[in-house]
Design a protein. Structure first.
Length: 214
């Protein structure tokens, strides 16, 4: 049976964070709010937990999971390099709803990358998320709390019951601020490419970078 905890997203209490961290350390799955939509989190370095997440999401293992990190320093351990484009995007849009896809470091488990050798990461604009990941000491997965192909959820009540039953801890922070998930941009190759347009518009990114994105 899962454990439901009501939290304040911007003023995280010690008990809620501690319970979530302990669950992740033990290989469990959590449902948690971000500034966009609710996500499913596991310890990105726990291979069995990642496998369990694929099963719970009913997702093919060739489709990668993105991650959330507490800060830019944490990102560096998981990417091959941070290019000039990467630094500019991080400076402008982090913390916030922009997932940047980098070439993955060789020590990243291929199960996370779906065998693509690329890794998507962002630093969220959500105090609870950042505190949780900081105390865990490494990133967690950031995949929408829905079944593959279904609509993202902004409230716990919208999440399918079967999905909630398959998780260990549900962190209920009320309705999320966002309406759509993060935008995903790949800088693993040139030119950068928008893989999913979400909370940050293509036009805003193009104007900022001064280039046309594919």
């Amino acid at each position: 049976m899962n454990h439901l905890i009501v939290i304040n997203q911007e003023q995280p209490d010690e008990d809620g964070v501690r319970t979530a961290v302990e669950t992740l350390q033990q290989g469990g799955i959590i449902i948690y709010p971000t500034e966009t939509v609710y996500g499913l989190g596991v310890d990105c370095e726990n291979e069995q937990a990642v496998k369990n997440l694929y099963r719970v999401k009913k997702r093919k293992e060739t489709k990668p999971f993105s991650l959330i990190a507490a800060d830019r320093e944490m990102v560096r351990d998981y990417v091959d390099e941070v290019s000039g484009f990467g630094r500019k995007l991080m400076d402008r849009f982090w913390p916030g709803p922009l997932t940047i896809v980098f070439k993955a470091s060789t020590n990243v488990n291929p199960l996370i990358t779906g065998g693509t050798a690329a890794i998507g990461i962002r630093v969220p604009d959500n105090m609870f998320c950042c505190t949780l990941v900081q105390q865990l000491g490494r990133p967690i997965t950031s995949t929408s709390a829905n079944l593959s192909g279904e609509k993202e959820c902004r409230k716990i009540e919208q999440i399918p019951g079967a999905l909630k039953s398959a998780t260990d801890v549900i962190l209920d922070g009320g309705e999320t601020r966002g309406i759509v998930p993060s935008t995903v941009i790949s800088i693993a190759n040139y030119p950068p490419e928008i893989l999913r347009e979400g909370a940050v518009s293509r036009n805003l990114i193009e104007d900022f970078l001064g280039i046309t994105l594919s």
